[in-house]
Ligand binder design. Structure first.
Ligand code: NPQ
Ligand code: MG
Length: 371
């Protein structure tokens, strides 16, 4: 396939309500889109880096610059001739910047699959046509307000609730949600690395509440700490931020740092590496589930395809479009009977609605192969 040009677009997506996590409160999603234009087809992808480097060291402004200055020149090195499988090797000399690399690869992959008429789900080897939909619930001002929000999501049909926690907002909200909604709801918690090893005894206070898992309690680099913590808790430990590659997943599992893995393609450098993470976990008997980064319909569509792989056996963080956005960039994704269907059209199966994109776009830049 020959790339004619790549367009980088910045889009400002207002959230339906503020989303507070242990690393801050978000009210607007600063989305970086990648559009790959070839004579046969056009590919779209979304970079999941946030506006600020709070979830990880990557952020949208840096992802934009590294794409324009380092990744796209390498992609264009063969005069624009490229295959999706060759993208990661071509970008490998650049260290880190996995979210940026993931988006470049995903846009090429979408163009390639749209040209070939093959859905991403089929290309990746998905076996599930509907993905069980969970929802991530931010830190609230009070327990009554939290119960009201959770009740609304259960009414919407979400099959699993994830509570964001931090020191000072952990045991009490978990206990209250368990007591109010009963033992049957699927419940888990995500700390986004807000604790230290010294908090082990305190975190063991979550054990009586039957959580499916506790996600990333300690910092990204402290994989050994998670192994230590796992021995002190009965609640299964799941890693998110720490799992930056299939290699990292293999090592974390080997030392007993996690019993479950959250898979986000952006965090591991692409959908092809994400499939390798899936495979490493499957071989070790470790179940996985699809994470979420407040994606628009572009990222959400691709995540649904990946989440169809057989070892994705726990409910996803892939929610309906209306959980985050009043107006999505694509046709909205809806939750029915607690699931969202995997798109079955070629590539990611969707593209931005031109009028919506024009309305929300804040910046566009076009880059071309030279010669
Ligand atoms: C997680 N996602 O699992 C992340 C964290 C997260 C759905 O909980 C803007 C962009 C805001 C990315 C807030 C969920 C975000 C973001 C939270 C990612 O850890
Ligand atoms: Mg997480």
């Amino acid at each position: 396939m020959k790339i004619e040009s790549v367009e980088l677009l910045r889009v400002g997506m207002p959230l339906v309500s503020p989303f507070r996590t242990s690393f801050g409160t978000q009210t607007l999603r600063d989305v970086l889109l990648v559009r790959v234009i070839t004579p046969e087809a056009e590919g779209w992808a979304e970079c999941v880096a946030m506006a600020d480097p709070l979830y990880s060291s990557e952020y949208a402004g840096a992802a934009h610059r590294v794409m324009a200055d380092h990744l796209l020149p390498r992609l264009f090195a063969a005069g624009g001739e490229v295959t999706a499988a060759a993208v990661a090797p071509a970008l490998a000399p650049v260290r880190g910047h996995r979210m940026a690399k993931a988006a470049v690869e995903a846009a090429v992959l979408d163009a390639e699959l749209k040209a070939a008429g093959v859905p991403l789900s089929r290309h990746l080897g998905a076996t599930q046509s509907h993905i069980v939909s969970g929802v991530s619930v931010g830190i609230h001002e009070s327990v009554p307000e939290l119960l009201n929000t959770v009740g609304g999501y259960l009414t919407d049909g979400y099959a699993r609730i994830k509570l964001k926690i931090e020191p000072g907002w952990d045991i009490e909200p978990v206990a209250a949600v368990r007591k109010h909604f009963g033992d049957d709801i699927l419940l888990q918690a995500d700390a986004n690395s807000a604790y230290t090893r010294a908090d082990a005894r305190h975190l063991a206070g979550l054990d009586p509440y039957g959580l499916l898992l506790l996600e990333q309690p300690l910092e990204e680099e402290d994989v050994a700490g998670h192994a230590e913590l796992a021995r002190l808790l009965t609640t299964p430990i799941c890693l998110d931020e720490s799992i930056v590659s299939a290699q990292a997943a293999h090592e974390a599992i080997r030392i007993g740092a996690c019993a479950i893995v959250n898979i986000k393609p952006g965090r591991v450098g692409g959908y092809l590496e994400a499939r390798r993470v899936h495979d490493v976990c499957a071989a070790a008997g470790v179940p996985v589930w699809a994470g979420g980064m407040l994606e628009t319909g572009i990222g959400r569509a691709a995540n649904l395809a990946l989440a169809g792989l057989p070892n994705f056996t726990l409910p996803s963080d892939i929610s309906g479009s209306d959980r985050y956005y009043r107006q999505d960039l694509t046709e909205p994704f809806r939750v029915t009977d607690g699931t969202i269907p995997v798109p079955d059209a070629p590539g990611i199966g969707v593209a931005p609605i031109p009028e919506v994109l024009d309305q929300l776009v804040t910046q566009r830049e076009t880059l071309r192969p030279t010669g």
